[in-house]
Design a binder for this molecule. Structure first.
Ligand SMILES: Nc1ncnc2c1ncn2[C@@H]1O[C@H](COP(=O)(O)OP(=O)(O)OP(=O)(O)O)[C@@H](O)[C@H]1O
Length: 421
């Protein structure tokens, strides 16, 4: 029996449908993260799970029992909520607020027992607010208030803890401290938490539920849910997803670029290597060019960038010379390209073929690209390559320095491609 099962629920505010056909369950001893854009219904889902808002239809089962069948105090002994709104109306002390978590256990006319006090003290210690016990909640910071509400939820000794962005007001060290406490607690209870920070969600959650357009868009492990494609689809944001070097969990790096759309799907092939092409691979890809690249070694930084961006790349395994098969792949890319960009990079025997092939394309517009003045072709290119580059330059290939200038050039006449002198 699952601690909580949500079966095909719809939730509305008046005539406005907020959630539709939501189905999932949370396992014992797991942290399930709810992620999704602003307004996608994350808070509403938590409210439905704690019976703060009613569902239109569908079932919610707590320990196999209909959520609606629980008497109020009975429910409060099982489900605790840390809300997004951390305002506390009255002039209570921190200890009073945390002790409210014991109300479901204390009879209406009874007073708190030594055991209640002990649990309350422990909750305050865990949430690092014990030193504020006698202070009014009006006289503490937003982050401290958030920790007080976490302590109140812990004092409730719930089986299911629902957190609505419960660490959003905390500084980074308190965020990690609280989430580590919650991680430890989750060995005994079920935690369902809304996260805006996808990296915290990836680190702390066993599974993620991604909401989009009122529905469950994805449900699975952080690696299954936090993919480039899904994030682009749901958040409309270009990101790189890498594997955290210490934990192996995914981490998400936003690509802080506007989608200019100036590429108009025109085709550009980039000959690069050693990280000299990564900036323009991003730039051209996000600008809407149909980019290909290679030939690259699979250990090359630029190869990694191409793979993260989903750019087709002709590649060789480590420590291999360029094979006829790869050369054929390169020719295929060059045949289809409107423009070829060669980045300023060291060119030795291993990658000289990349350049020599270009001599077979006398009419193909070629740009020698350097990221900035510190990366000039002269500085980086090996002697043997120089003759090829000079030859290409004599045929009209020309130099561009800086990504902005490159993009401006490619966008200038709608092609940047038919300017063979
Ligand atoms: N009490 C309410 N009455 C009417 N509409 C509401 C109410 N509360 C929320 N909404 C609307 O429901 C939608 C979902 O809101 P909800 O707060 O669940 O989203 P969310 O994903 O938690 O958003 P955020 O990421 O901004 O916190 C929004 O369009 C919101 O404006």
């Amino acid at each position: 029996m699952k601690p909580i099962e949500i079966i095909d629920i719809d939730v509305s505010y008046g005539a406005k449908k907020i959630l539709e056909a939501i189905t999932f369950n949370a396992d014992a001893s797991e942290i399930l993260g709810i992620v999704g854009p602003n307004g996608s219904g994350k808070t509403t889902l938590l409210k439905a799970m704690s019976r703060v808002v009613a569902r239109d239809n569908g079932d919610i089962r707590l320990e196999g029992r209909d959520l609606d069948s629980f008497e109020h105090r009975e429910l409060a002994r099982r489900v605790a909520v840390v809300p997004q709104d951390i305002s506390i109306g009255f002039d209570y002390s921190v200890r009073d607020v945390v002790m409210m978590g014991r109300h479901p256990y204390i009879g209406r006319f009874a007073s708190e027992t030594a055991q209640d006090m002990e649990i309350c003290d422990r909750a305050m210690r865990l949430a690092n607010v014990a030193h504020l016990a006698g202070t009014s909640v009006r006289d503490i910071s937003g982050g401290e208030r958030q920790r007080v509400l976490i302590a109140r939820a812990l004092a409730q000794e719930p089986k299911i803890l629902l957190l609505d962005e419960a660490t959003s007001n905390l500084d980074v060290s308190h965020q990690v401290e609280i989430l580590n406490i919650i991680r430890d607690l989750a060995e005994e209870i079920t935690v369902v938490s809304v996260f805006h920070d996808l990296n915290l969600a990836a680190h702390y959650c066993d599974r993620l539920l991604l909401l989009k357009d009122r529905r469950v868009y994805a449900l699975g492990t952080p690696s299954e849910v936090l993919t480039r494609e899904k994030i682009r689809e749901v958040f409309g944001m270009e990101v790189l997803v890498k594997s955290h070097p210490l934990t192996g969990r995914p981490y998400v790096l936003p690509v802080y670029m506007h989608q200019s759309g100036s590429g108009g799907n025109r085709r550009v092939h980039v000959v690069c290597g050693g990280g000299t092409g990564s900036d323009i691979l991003h730039l051209l890809h996000t600008a809407g060019f149909a980019v290909t690249c290679g030939i690259l070694n699979v250990l090359d930084t630029d190869y990694g960038t191409a793979m993260h961006l989903g750019i087709p790349c002709v590649a060789e395994p480590p420590f291999h010379n360029i094979t006829p098969k790869s050369l054929a792949g390169l020719r295929e890319c060059l045949d289809g390209a409107d423009t070829v960009i060669v980045t300023a990079m060291p060119i030795g025997k291993g990658n000289l073929d990349n350049l020599q092939v270009l001599l077979d394309y006398p009419k193909k517009p070629i740009i020698f690209y350097a990221r900035d003045h510190t990366a000039r072709m002269e500085d980086f290119t090996g002697g043997e390559a120089w003759a090829v580059l000079t030859n290409l330059e004599a045929r009209g290939a020309h130099r561009i320095e800086g990504a902005a200038e490159l993009l401006a050039y490619l966008s200038r006449d709608g092609s940047g491609c038919d300017r063979t002198p």
